[in-house]
Design a protein around this ligand. Structure first.
Ligand code: ATP
Length: 323
């Protein structure tokens, strides 16, 4: 019992730390305290290409501090630039963990993540942060105005009316803004005096607006992110907003960004250029939707066909819900 208790404390601390790191990341680091900055971005190291042809994940294993079971176990995959890549798999498969590693929030215990030929473990992390955007599953609820939340605090980013209107349009925030007397100057905060709280889907739209501005602006360092990671970006959205969100992600990809889409919605992953299926920290299947649907069940490889099985199950479920 004592050991279990210690492990629980360890994983609790782990998740607090992770939230903190993600918050720093999503807050773009520069806007936060210098002490936190110093901790979060060691500068120096090898230069990363501004727009590599691909990110190569090679034999990557990772175990969270305080845990014994690896969350990623010898994962190898390639994320080609300018494509929509879907990362799917059951709860706890390791999808969010891989996203965190791709952003440089954690480093692999073994194996490498390379942008073309450059190992990110020895690269300039400030460059890595400037080139990636993460829309995390639980968008941090900042006690700030909507304007401050959606405008990334990176040098070179603007908050003029035209820029904000574009972001609102992209994220479907127009109605939400109309409902607030103070518009972009509304103080958003949960349980904070004078602050307004929003629904899960509304927060998701706010996070999307921020992601859009990050993804489409070139900072004064000359870097415009090429990798956009959206971790379950539509889990709380209504159907119309969800369709619009996926269309928008396609729009970002058409403009040259790599979109890594983590999703349980297999109808959405079906239109991705490439799908990776994780299970218990391992990569079990990869291919296009058509390729994965053509895989039959294989007794020697029980995970083969898992995408197909899950897809058919979801399709049946949606069909059953139709009037
Ligand atoms: P979901 O679909 O539920 O979001 P996922 O595929 O994104 O799942 P991860 O969140 O990457 O899965 O989790 C993979 C494994 O790592 C799980 O066993 C989880 O308990 C563990 N894990 C995730 N975050 C932490 C953390 N901060 N500390 C310790 N263990 C963690």
């Amino acid at each position: 019992a004592v050991r279990t208790g210690a492990a629980d404390v360890g994983s609790l601390l782990g998740s607090v730390n992770q939230l903190f790191e993600e918050a720093l990341y999503v807050g773009d680091l520069q806007t936060l305290t210098t002490e936190a900055d110093a901790r979060a971005i060691p500068t120096g190291g090898a230069d990363l290409p501004e727009r590599p042809d691909a990110i190569h994940v090679e034999n990557v294993s990772f175990t969270y501090p305080g845990r014994t079971a690896p969350s990623l176990d010898k994962v190898s995959l390639v994320v080609p630039t300018g494509k929509i890549v879907a990362l799917v798999g059951d709860n706890g498969a390791g999808k969010s963990t891989l996203a965190r590693l791709l952003c440089g929030l954690y480093q692999p215990d073994s194996g490498t993540i390379r942008w073309d030929g450059v190992d990110t473990a020895t690269a300039d992390r400030a460059q890595q942060f400037a080139s990636t955007v993460l829309l995390p599953q639980d968008f941090f609820h900042w006690p700030l105005t909507l304007r401050a939340i959606v405008t990334p605090g990176r040098p070179g980013h603007h908050d003029d009316a035209q820029t904000l209107a574009e972001a609102a349009e992209f994220a479907g925030m127009e109605h939400l803004l109309q409902q607030q007397d103070r518009g972009w100057d509304t103080l958003a905060a949960k349980g904070f005096e004078g602050g307004v709280d929003f629904s899960g889907g509304q927060w998701q739209r706010i996070g999307t607006a921020r992601t859009y501005l990050r993804a489409t602006t070139t900072g004064t360092d000359g870097r415009r992110p090429f990798l956009v990671i959206a971790d379950e970006p539509t889990s709380a959205l209504d159907p119309a907003a969800e369709v619009r969100a996926f269309d928008n992600l396609r729009r970002l990809a058409a403009e040259g960004a790599t979109v890594l889409l983590i999703t349980h919605r297999l109808a959405a992953s079906a239109s991705a250029d490439l799908i990776y299926v994780l299970k218990d920290g391992r990569l079990v299947e990869q291919g296009t939707h058509e390729e994965l649907m053509a895989v039959g069940a294989d007794e020697d490889r029980p995970a083969a066909g898992s995408y197909r099985t899950a897809y058919l199950l979801q399709a049946r479920q949606y069909a059953a819900e139709l009037p």
